[in-house]
Design a binder for this molecule. Structure first.
Ligand code: NAP
Length: 478
């Protein structure tokens, strides 16, 4: 079940939030600590207006909530609301209020015994869950993973504590996002989300994302798990490429972002969850190489891998950036209209771009802020090199490709070749896709150049990844 945490400052706003999202969620949580003024009459109106199961919670500041009052006052408050038709009440691990528990049971309200750790994951997590379940009808732990190995531990709960059915395991923060989306694979009964723009806890996603994009509530033991690993990774647009396509072709599969600090830990998680394939982004494109049993020609050439698929019990590495980059300029290449190309930058993306262009025998000049890096890539690929001020080396370029992170926040006001004057006849390609228009592209547009956007490459490489993952053609109408 998806549980919507109501974050309205009053009950009227919370009811509107429920009405807006009622087709996406199966449960709500009323956090009375978030209400500006607690009025039993208003809360009764809310419980009457919402017919699905409701959790009553009053979260303390130390557990990530907003309640400042005394423990005695909090227990009194919760006690006074138990006759309003709630299905569950959340009572924290340390609270010893037999009277509150007794009233809850009198009104048939189940007790969720919860534990919160805003700093990390306790070493005795499994024991804690067992103890919580003994003292309540549902055991709930909301902890803060600080690495992919912590996330691995949270996913192990399902198997290790399979005899405890009534539990909720939540990883907060960015590392925890996969535990929220794939909550059923942690063995959880339900997971939480909150209305867009008002997350009630760190890492809460909106119902539009949890249900609309991921269909988190439809995951089952047969769901094929795919994802993307990176650091950072939460800005990625790739879930929007893959998840709608899985649904369009009727494939029971999901694609989830994993924040990964340690590639080895992720490969262990990939085994545990039987992950079928994943995309790789900065800074792991080289770090995955030692774990691959098979690599494509492009990975061998470029020395970097952005796509990994399970293939006959081996991990096979591919590089769809290589072909994703070529796709938007294929016609020009086939017509041999690109004889000389200038590549700005010499990082990971530039490696794919330069190798792809050299495969078409284009003459390539690499200009980079750190000249040594440009020289190294140039020597590997048979190209020329220079610094960002060597604009004389750009003369007669048919194609200019911007591959640096300049143009992307926080460098949105940087044009790496500020002094270059476009002639207007160059084809100009910027790999940055957020924002769509960079200073570099705007200057090229003013000169009358034909532009190619980073999003075109992102989509092209994503489509190829989808085909590598599933074996199916990407749905054309998407
Ligand atoms: P990377 O390996 O970290 O390389 C970064 C490059 O940017 C290096 O050449 C670096 O120069 C240069 N750079 C950084 N800050 C600069 C500045 N202030 N001025 C001038 N140059 C600067 O990163 P990457 O993986 O190559 O990614 C680079 C960009 O490509 C990112 O924006 C990424 O989103 C984009 N990308 C897009 C796609 C797509 O599908 N559209 C695919 C892959 C990558 P130094 O060597 O001097 O540090």
């Amino acid at each position: 079940m998806l549980c919507l945490t109501l974050t309205g400052k009053d009950c009227t706003e919370s009811i509107s939030q429920y009405i807006q999202h009622k087709t996406s969620v199966q449960m709500v949580e009323l956090r009375v600590d978030l209400l500006k003024c607690i009025n039993k009459g208003q809360i009764q109106k809310l419980t009457e207006a919402i017919s699905i199961p409701k959790i009553l919670t009053c979260r303390r500041v130390r557990d990530g909530g907003s309640y400042f009052g005394s423990e005695r006052a909090r227990a009194r408050l919760l006690n006074s609301l138990l006759d309003l038709g709630f299905s569950y009440i959340d009572i924290e691990e340390d609270v010893k209020r037999p009277d509150l528990e007794k009233t809850a049971h009198e009104y048939n309200v189940k007790i969720i015994r919860s534990f919160h750790d805003l700093e990390g994951v306790p070493k005795d997590l499994f024991t804690k869950i067992v103890k919580l379940r003994r003292r309540g009808d549902v055991a709930k732990v909301a902890v803060t993973p600080k690495s992919i190995n912590d996330v691995l531990l949270l996913f192990k709960v399902k198997h290790e504590l399979r005899e405890i059915e009534d539990k909720v395991v939540i990883g907060m923060g960015d590392y925890g996002i996969p535990t929220r989306i794939l909550y059923k694979l942690t063995g959880s009964l339900f997971t939480f989300c909150s209305p867009d723009g008002t997350p009630a806890a760190s890492g809460h996603l909106s119902p539009e994302i949890m249900h609309g994009l991921y269909h988190a509530d439809s995951v089952n033991d047969d769901t094929g798990i795919y994802g993307i690993i990176g650091n950072p990774v939460m800005h990625t647009s790739s879930p929007k490429i893959h998840n709608p396509a899985f649904r369009r072709i009727g494939l029971n599969a999901i694609y989830v972002p994993f924040l990964v600090d340690d590639v080895r830990g992720f490969f262990q998680l990939a085994e545990l969850l039987s992950i079928k394939g994943f995309s790789v982004t900065v800074p792991h494109k080289q770090q995955v190489l030692p774990y691959l049993g098979k690599i494509s020609r492009e990975v061998k050439l470029i020395g970097s891998c952005n796509t990994v698929v399970r293939y006959n019990n081996l991990w096979k590495g591919m590089n769809t950036d290589f072909y994703g980059f070529l796709k938007p300029i294929q016609e020009e290449l086939d017509a041999q209209r690109i004889r000389k190309a200038v590549v700005i930058g010499a990082g990971g993306a530039a490696r794919s771009v330069v190798w792809a262009l050299r495969n078409y025998y284009c003459k390539v000049v690499i200009l980079n802020r750190t000249i040594e890096k440009a020289k190294k890539l140039a020597l590997e690929t048979g190209s020329e090199w220079g610094g960002l001020t060597d604009i004389d080396k750009m003369d007669h370029a048919d194609l200019i490709v911007q591959t640096t992170s300049a143009g992307m926040p926080p460098l949105e006001n940087v044009n790496p070749i500020e002094t270059y004057q476009f002639s207007g006849r160059e084809l100009v390609f910027d790999l940055v896709y957020k924002p769509k228009n960079t200073l570099f592209l705007e200057k090229a547009k003013l000169a009358g150049c034909k532009l190619i956007y980073g999003m075109d490459m992102l989509v092209a490489q994503g489509v190829l990844q989808f085909e590598a993952f599933t074996g199916f053609t990407y749905p054309q109408d998407l």
